[in-house]
Design a protein around this ligand. Sequence first.
Ligand code: SAH
Length: 346
Amino acid sequence: MEMSDVMKNIYGLRLEDLEEYFLSIGSKKFHALQLFSWLYEKRIHSFDEITNIKKDMIEEIKKEFSIEPLKIVDVQEDVDVSKYLFELYDGEHIEAVLMRHDYGISICISSQVGCNMGCKFCESGRRKKVRNLETYEMVLQLLMIEELIHTRISHVVVMGIGEPFDNYDNLIQFFQIINHPKGLAIGARHITVSTCGLVPKILEFSQFPLQINLAISLHAPTNEIRDKIMPINKAYPLEELIPAIKKYLENTNRRVTFEYIMLKDINDSEECALNLVKLIKGINCYINLIPYNETNNLDFKRTNTVQIMHFYDILKKNSVNVTIRREFGGNISAACGQLRSKKEEL
Ligand code: SAH
């Protein structure tokens, strides 16, 4: 089934798209804001619940748009973390993860079914990309989980299955909807997107006006090592990635996060730490060291805690802002790199 065969889902439209729609049917722009408020403030499930738009126009809307939710087909719970399995209109599956922190609730959402980036250590990428998620499929991950837990989600990270910058246009629309004060009203600074390093999109993103946080999956301080674990590095090696990040910082005046998975005997030596210091010199950033979550892939092992601390100390001594990522969800395979888009494998 092609997306064009199904009606447009209403949750994929930005306020300005709805305004355009109402104008196009010879109606008034302000209905867009009314509709937005029914969807995101009152959280209706059927267009028939709308009381301040005329019945015949509601019928028009119904002909044009669907208000179908996704299906939540499984929920797994652990301490402070829950994982949701969604079924999409074409029978595909994706996952989203909710994490409870002392500062609020964050949700990690997926951006594609499968992923083509082929990072060697990542389970989510073992299945090739099947398709991009539509904007509404990203919005509904958030909306439906909020509804299920009866609580507002404060932070959103696009770090689930998929490479968000390989689905750039839908991603941007998703941000515009969830950030909108009359949409889900999630502050831009509470939203983070992570990329494995698609240079042209990093440059494009540096022009995007919302102050959304950018994280880069770096994972290696040299091309030699990065080439071995992240095929994307052959297309966009460090000598292109680093200048693109500098350009992003120049344009946005923001800070970036570098994610660095600690892989035993691959990228965790003292020399790696020192090379990393050199690589990021002069970049306004912080480094998030991620203990590798072991998977069925026997090629990779987690660096032991002592060695992680040693690596951390070297960075600290060299005045690098560094943190070690708190671990979440390992027991229910909800941790970084463990999400899948195939139901049978879960
Ligand atoms: N494709 C994007 C978004 C995914 S973010 C990106 O690469 O940034 C998911 C993060 O988890 C990435 O930094 C990824 O490299 C990391 N990751 C993948 N497998 C992991 C594993 N087994 N243990 C810990 N982190 C992992």
